[in-house]
Design a binder for this molecule. Structure first.
Ligand SMILES: C[S@@+](CC[C@H](N)C(=O)[O-])C[C@H]1O[C@@H](n2cnc3c(N)ncnc32)[C@H](O)[C@@H]1O
Length: 346
């Protein structure tokens, strides 16, 4: 009985997390149905109304009216289509938000605010005893060029799950990320106790957005430092000044034009520490790069160029699987992400 109750609470927690992460409406409805054995019961509708919608309307200046309106509409339509009773408050809230939306400024629709909740598996005793992590992020819905670094990509979800699953690899380490985008990985690194996190990107609008996200998550510059770093112009002196222990990257292998520059940056980062070649007794740093292989040719080009540059690449996706910390995120295809461990062959 207690176990059933716990499972139900966990399901409701997942539903709330899906709402905060702005999961697509069809995924949200599927999850809502799973929560109550297949139906959109009054209990689940009331939960959506009171604990998801009303909470977000009243508590957040960063409230996403377009998303909430769409969810309300889809819940109402889904319940009506299966002849379930629709809770009156859902219609009322939908009408109020529709009226309010008349005032929503045009041009702001592309920017959204979401909360990504990393939920440790229910009932497991995890090596780190880390607590659940909720990351607030301002990001863009536009995945096209110009806004790439302001959108959230699946590889950074995967890499964050990996960091939270293997905290000892990163705690008390200086961690250097390339192509950080919205900064999610940096927040995960700070959560596991990295001694210093350096987030870099070659796009200035990403850096502004990233800075804002760090502030949203109460991270100060002494803990997480942001650096403008276009790979094309990176120098050894610049890269060695942080004395990093490890390197990270998510969804950075996609543009063949950038591949040679990225390889050069990785070589410099993995070859040196603090501006000096590693002394024999010092441990060389490794890079963990998560990637979705969208274009095989580009990925193979990266592999070939990396080998020529004396980089060893090992696919550790199967051997070092992260915990599934985003069980509510039905839109996230974690199977599409590969994790490569890269080191320099001295
Ligand atoms: C697809 S986004 C991934 C962002 C983030 N890592 C994530 O997974 O959500 C690629 C990132 O790499 C950055 N990037 C692309 N080319 C770059 C270059 N030549 N130098 C530095 N950063 C670059 C982009 O600005 C962007 O932030």
């Amino acid at each position: 009985m207690a176990l059933l109750q716990d499972t139900k609470s966990h399901n409701f927690l997942c539903l709330k997390a899906a709402f905060l992460a702005l999961e697509p409406a069809n995924c949200f409805i599927s999850l809502a149905r799973q929560t109550c054995g297949g139906s959109l019961s009054e209990e689940v509708q009331n939960f959506i109304l009171e604990l998801c919608v009303e909470n977000s309307v009243h508590s957040d200046i960063l409230f996403n009216s377009t998303y909430v309106k769409n969810i309300l509409k889809k819940v109402i339509v889904a319940a009506e289509s299966t002849c379930e009773v629709v809770v009156e408050g859902l219609y009322e809230r939908f009408a109020k938000i529709s009226a309010l939306q008349e005032y929503v400024m045009r041009g702001e629709e592309n920017k959204i605010f979401k909360k990504i909740s990393f939920l440790f598996p229910f009932g497991t005793s995890h090596q780190s005893c880390l607590t659940n992590l909720v990351v607030s992020l301002h990001c863009s819905l536009n995945l096209l060029e110009g806004d790439t670094g302001c959108a959230l990509w699946p590889s950074s979800l995967f890499l964050s799950e990996f960091i939270l699953s293997y905290p000892k690899l990163f705690s008390e380490k200086v961690c250097f990320e390339v192509g950080s985008g919205v900064g999610l990985v940096g927040v995960a690194l700070a959560h596991v106790g990295a001694s210093k996190v350096i987030l870099t990107d070659g796009d200035r609008s990403s850096l502004g957005n990233m800075q804002h996200n760090l502030e949203l998550n109460h991270l100060t510059s002494d803990k997480v430092h942001i650096q403008y770093l276009p790979w094309e112009y990176a120098t050894e002196i610049e890269l060695s000044k942080y004395k990093h222990d490890c390197v990270l990257g998510a969804d950075i292998i996609y543009d063949p034009k950038c591949v040679p520059h990225l390889i050069r940056v990785l070589c410099m980062l993995l070859k040196s520490k603090g501006g000096f070649m590693f002394a024999e007794e010092t441990e060389a740093s490794v890079a963990y790069i998560a990637t979705v292989i969208r274009n095989k040719e580009t990925f193979n080009y990266f592999i070939g160029a990396a080998e020529e540059a004396h980089l060893s690449i090992v696919d550790v996706t199967e051997n070092q699987q992260p915990l599934n910390l985003l069980p509510y995120m039905l839109s996230y295809d974690r199977a599409s992400v590969r994790l490569c461990k890269i080191s320099y062959l001295f």
